[in-house]
Design a protein around this ligand. Structure first.
Ligand code: CDP
Ligand code: MG
Length: 719
């Protein structure tokens, strides 16, 4: 771009052809974004149908900041006119022109595939149209989103548009957070939550409409939902099923095989770097924006550099956005930019299609994506940085210039785009650990997984690996049938290993401690706060939790129980460099796990003194994640599928070398500069044979123990 002569004259979007073919007869609807003109003469026809509750907090956040209070006052007085504007805005969305045809199509067809580009109003508008047309009299309208943030932010937006309080008529449901009530008629939820809903309500009878949204994202849960909702549609002719997607892919075509493919290609020109990016530092900053730590770093660097430039440049408002960003900070990205300033949004691929931010002019696409990959051979998962697919790159480019001229800067060459990028992103189904979903499907009574109606069947190796793991965990018997343990495990919205750890705690009489640990392991962000300027203080404070015992799991337990003893004191969190927000989230999760214990009839028993019982419960779930120290005294070798791994620097065991146990069990592996184990605890090798005799053979552990452990401490008993 820097060398390009045509600069601003080139507006790739001017030539963009809108695809507005409407094919109701085929029960497929597509719409484009052309002619998105503002028009003054909209009369607010819906206004009297909408109950407007003035002055209620609509963002659902329960945190009241003082300076926010003043702002809130001002906002209240402007709320009325703001709401009118919201209603007017609804009518400027491309989908609005199809409102009537859409309703007619839904009326006449049970299954409808909707293809419309990102930002055209599918997610926020269609459920509202159906609600306005009376569908919610027969049941809820459920709309799935692949991402938590999207579910929350879309529900927030729609509740504002409807002038209702979030959680009342419009609500959302994400794992461990249910913001709905008896009143709720529009429910936005993650695809994983709808999947879980099937477990309790196999016919989805509380819904009149299910909209599987963002189908192009190809998440594991969405792909599985495809198979399940198809069945439900046959079972319940009264249920309306909408599948919506930003792109029309082969899978959708198959879903509706009589669909006539006549989509016109949207032409859009992109700006590539002429040569592979020379300023690698700048390019690198941009390429590392994929996960939140990296986004925060980029934010910091951007802030530093702009500070140095001072008044030489216009104000730059920097807004990071990623999945784990606390919800009260999320709304910042949607706030209008003041005159004379520029807003820069630092985003993960969440902004690719899930979230629409209006007024984006420029997009910088580093060309990479961070994706989880599963290795069925070793059974390990790792986050990897991979080049994006063409489809993703095009979505990213499409974020610019939706409401005016725009440009996309791609930090890779045109040649690379043409020759090196894959056409489509590998669907999650093809690159993930399937144990969780296999367990869910089996508890739905779908035993014959090989013949399940997968849109794109997963690799059989991965399916087999999942069955193997579930067998090892005791969730399946040797005939491949769900066991009692498996049925209990399926009740928990957790990874099977974590669920197994909880179920096992029944035997060791420490379920109270184990659900605290499980909750602490399930919070999105670390509970340990380590501000850059106070790292030494923070580390010292954190060391307290590691004293006298070996392992991160017990340290997490200690953090939780000490906090509980202080009556959940915020002050205590500050003093001990603990993230109060993460702790509150852990407390919520713990509460839900406690409820689930009751459901599976496991008694809540506390046994804080018996660390061995606690560690044995952990090992009962995590025995496949065991590793043994190597001769160098710092690296480890995994026992089952040998590879060299290291203790993650954030672990309490990483700090003091002498503390490091010979044998460890770990929560997960993350691949960054090295293969790191995160959340590591001491393990006695004989436990492996005791707890997983079908997985580890005595001789493995014994050989290792006697050869590598001269003290013979880990020797397993022969009887
Ligand atoms: O689903 P689709 O990508 O087709 O569009 P949408 O998410 O329904 O977004 C339609 C419009 O709603 C966007 O252009 C935004 O202006 C607005 N919106 C918003 O302001 N805040 C949100 N959280 C979601 C959408
Ligand atoms: Mg959407």
């Amino acid at each position: 771009y820097r060398d390009s002569k045509d600069g601003d004259k080139m507006n790739p979007f001017a030539e963009q052809e809108a695809w507005e073919d409407l094919q109701i007869g085929k029960a497929t609807l597509k719409f484009g974004s052309k002619n998105r003109k503002q028009s003054e003469d909209y009369n607010l026809v819906f206004e009297d149908q909408i109950e407007f509750i003035q002055g209620e907090v609509m963002d659902g956040s329960d945190v009241g900041h003082d300076d926010d209070a003043i702002q809130e006052e001002e906002e209240k007085s402007m709320a009325k006119s703001a709401h009118e504007k919201l209603l007017a805005d609804r009518k400027t969305l491309p989908v609005y022109r199809y409102r009537e045809s859409l309703l007619e199509a839904v009326e006449n067809h049970q299954v409808l595939i909707i293809v419309g580009e990102t930002g055209s109003g599918k997610t926020t508008q269609i459920p509202q149209y159906l609600h306005e047309a009376g569908y919610t009299k027969r049941g809820m309208i459920g709309c799935t989103q692949p991402r938590r943030v999207a579910a929350m932010s879309v529900a927030t937006r729609v509740s504002q548009e409807m002038g209702t309080k979030l959680g009342h008529e419009v609500g959302y449901s994400i794992r461990f957070e249910d913001c709905t009530s008896d009143k709720t008629v529009l429910k936005y939820m993650t695809d994983g939550m709808l999947l879980r809903q099937f477990l309790g309500q196999p016919d989805l009878k509380s819904y009149s409409v299910v909209m599987v949204d963002e189908a192009h994202e190809r998440t594991l849960s969405t792909d599985i939902l495809f198979g399940l909702v198809k069945d439900i549609a046959r079972l319940r002719p009264d249920l309306k099923l909408l599948i919506s997607s930003a792109t029309l892919d082969a899978r959708l075509l198959r879903f509706r095989s009589d669909f006539q493919n006549s989509r016109k290609e949207v032409s859009r020109r992109n700006k590539f770097t002429k040569a592979p990016e020379a300023d690698y530092l700048d390019a690198a900053i941009m390429t590392v924006l994929q996960i939140h730590e990296e986004i925060e770093t980029a934010e910091e660097i951007l802030k530093q550099r702009t500070r140095r430039l001072g008044s030489k440049i216009a104000e730059l408002i920097i807004c990071p956005i990623y999945s784990n960003l606390p919800s009260e900070l999320q709304s910042k990205i949607f706030k209008p930019t003041p005159e004379g300033a520029r807003k820069v949004v630092l985003a993960t691929n969440i902004a690719e299609t899930s979230l629409t931010i209006d007024g984006i002019k420029y997009v910088i696409d580093p060309g990479f994506v961070k994706m989880k990959f599963y290795n069925p051979r070793t059974g390990t998962e790792s986050l990897q940085i991979r080049p994006v697919s063409k489809a993703s790159a095009n979505q990213r480019a499409g974020r610019s210039g939706r409401t005016g001229p725009g440009k996309c800067f791609r930090l890779y060459t045109c040649d690379c785009y043409n020759n090196e990028l894959d056409d489509n992103t590998v669907p999650e189904m093809q690159r993930t650990n399937l144990a969780n979903v296999v367990l869910s499907l089996m508890s739905l009574g779908i035993d014959d997984l090989l013949n399940f109606d997968f849109m794109d069947p997963p690799p059989s190796e991965a399916l087999l690996k999942a069955l193997e793991l579930l067998f090892a965990l005791g969730a399946l018997n040797k005939h491949g049938e769900l066991t009692n343990v498996g049925r209990k495990m399926a009740e928990f919205p957790l990874d099977p290993m974590l669920s197994k750890m909880i179920v096992a705690s029944d035997k060791y009489k420490c379920s109270d401690e184990i659900i605290s640990i499980a909750a602490m392991l399930s919070v999105e962000n670390s509970v340990f706060y380590r501000p850059k300027d106070k790292q030494v203080h923070a580390d010292n404070a954190h060391l307290n939790f590691h004293m006298g015992h070996v392992g991160d799991h017990i340290a997490l337990l200690k953090v939780y129980s000490t906090w509980k003893e202080t009556n959940f004191s915020t002050q205590w969190c500050y003093e001990n460099y603990i993230q109060v927000r993460s702790m509150k989230s852990a407390r919520d999760i713990r509460g839900q796990l406690e409820g689930l214990l009751e459901r599976v009839e496991i008694e809540l028993v506390s046994n804080p003194g018996d660390l061995e019982a606690i560690k044995k419960s952990i090992t009962s779930g995590y025995f496949p994640h065991s590793a043994r120290m190597q001769k160098d005294g710092s690296s480890y070798r995994t026992v089952k599928h040998p590879q060299t791994v290291y203790i993650h620097p954030s672990s309490g065991l990483a700090k003091v070398k002498e503390l490091r146990p010979r044998w460890v069990v770990y929560h997960e592996l993350v691949l960054t500069s090295k293969e790191y184990m995160r959340q590591v605890s001491e393990l006695k090798p004989e436990w492996l044979v005791e707890l997983a005799p079908h997985y580890y053979q005595l001789k493995d552990v014994e050989d290792l123990a006697s050869k590598k452990m001269p003290r013979g401490k880990g020797r397993a008993s022969k009887d």
